[in-house]
Design a binder for this molecule. Structure first.
Ligand code: KG4
Ligand code: ZN
Length: 352
């Protein structure tokens, strides 16, 4: 079974072809990603209208290249999967319309994929991981803990009530003059700084429900930066290090709460999967490794290129759905908001 996956929900245009391996897991036959960092850099963040236009400019070429790389034609595919949301609506429409058009023209089944489901199932593409497992999704747009029980069977245990964690990294970078995208730049500065110079808040620490909040932490960094201005190089590195330390502590505390919820509501948990661009952060990775070692969990972090947005995760989610017979009608709408849990699923099947 081979599926083409198209991803255009944010600032990466991506097309990939994945094949189901007979023993489980998948083989990535082609994985084309074009990042729009240059287009958005001067604005200090993603501009939706620019993103949508940039997707239109490159998507057809990326798909052609993915087919060339894998030496396949549309006729060799078993389905076409497109990310139908959640995301920036203009971009979602571009990729989704392309996926539907290709499905219509080739007569192949169309699969509407929830972008978050793509992240959630990537560990099964790479590691053939068995259900159930706990997913920590940490990206620029999302911060959630999800119990992944099966294909289409997700329970969101907690999520951010304000900013996503990657967004907090990006905003801190912006206020400290480090540029966009902020995560890697804050991490680089943090490595040189003193993480205990400022005792920033650990929002939600100790709460039973595994929710997240990052806007108060971001504001605390802003107030400290305003107080110190003009900032020296050491101020910047210490602010970054103290901010990152607060994020690490918060993520571990929230994970502990999430794991407790998982055991109470679902049963024993043997694996933690981490996805999203923030999973590239070395300090966060090391803290998660320690947490998993202490809690007896297997840690599965997909390689960086599969943690950030990509087409392979959409193609793989398409395979997982297609082999269960879950295909979609060409009238399937683009969805700017689309939660992974029960309500979202009901809507997916036209019941809500
Ligand atoms: O998953 P992703 O590529 O795109 C979506 O948001 O869907 O994640 C991008 C986010 C950005 O906010 C970026 O600043 C953050 O991931 N990020 C990092 C690091 N690398 C990327 N955050 C912290 N440390 C990093 N090394
Ligand atoms: Zn994403």
């Amino acid at each position: 079974m081979r599926v083409l996956g198209i991803e255009t929900t944010c600032d990466e245009t991506a097309a990939a072809i994945v094949a189901l391996r007979p023993t489980g897991g998948g083989d990535i036959l082609a994985n084309e990603v074009m990042s729009q960092i240059a287009e958005h850099e001067s604005f200090g963040g993603v501009v939706p209208e620019i993103a949508a236009r940039a997707h239109i400019d490159v998507l057809d070429r990326l798909i052609a290249r993915a087919l060339e790389d894998s030496k396949l034609s549309l006729n060799d595919l078993d389905g076409i999967a497109g990310a139908a949301g959640p995301g920036l609506i203009g971009g979602v429409i571009v990729g989704l319309t392309m996926a539907k058009a290709l499905a219509l023209a080739s007569g192949k089944p169309f699969i509407a994929v929830n972008h978050l489901e793509g992240h959630a199932l990537t560990a099964r593409l790479t590691d053939n991981l068995a259900f159930p497992y706990l997913l920590l999704l940490v990206s620029g747009g999302h911060t959630q803990l999800v119990a992944v029980k099966g294909v289409g069977d997700y329970r969101r245990l907690g999520s951010t009530v304000d900013d996503a964690v990657g967004e907090a990294f990006d905003k801190v970078a912006k206020m400290l003059g480090l540029g966009y995208p902020g995560g890697p730049r804050v991490e680089r500065e943090a490595a040189k700084g003193n993480p205990s110079r400022y005792n920033f808040p650990r929002p939600m620490a100790g709460r039973a429900k595994p929710d997240f909040s990052f806007s108060g932490l971001k504001t605390a960094v802003r107030l400290e930066a305003d107080r110190l201005a003009p900032l020296s190089g050491t101020d910047v590195t210490d602010l970054c290090a103290s901010f990152q330390a607060a994020v690490v502590d918060t993520l571990v505390d929230r994970l502990r709460a999430g794991l407790r919820r998982f055991s109470e509501e679902i049963g024993p948990c043997s694996s933690l999967v981490v996805a999203g661009g923030v999973a590239a952060n070395g300090a966060i990775r090391r803290a998660l490794q320690r947490f998993c070692a202490e809690s007896g969990l297997k840690l599965s972090v997909p390689p960086p290129a599969l943690c950030t947005d990509n087409g392979a995760m959409i193609a793989w989610a398409g395979i997982e759905r297609l082999r269960l017979g879950l295909t979609d009608d060409l009238s399937f709408p683009a969805r700017p908001r689309w939660p992974l849990d029960a309500d979202g699923e009901a809507a997916h099947h036209g019941k809500a």
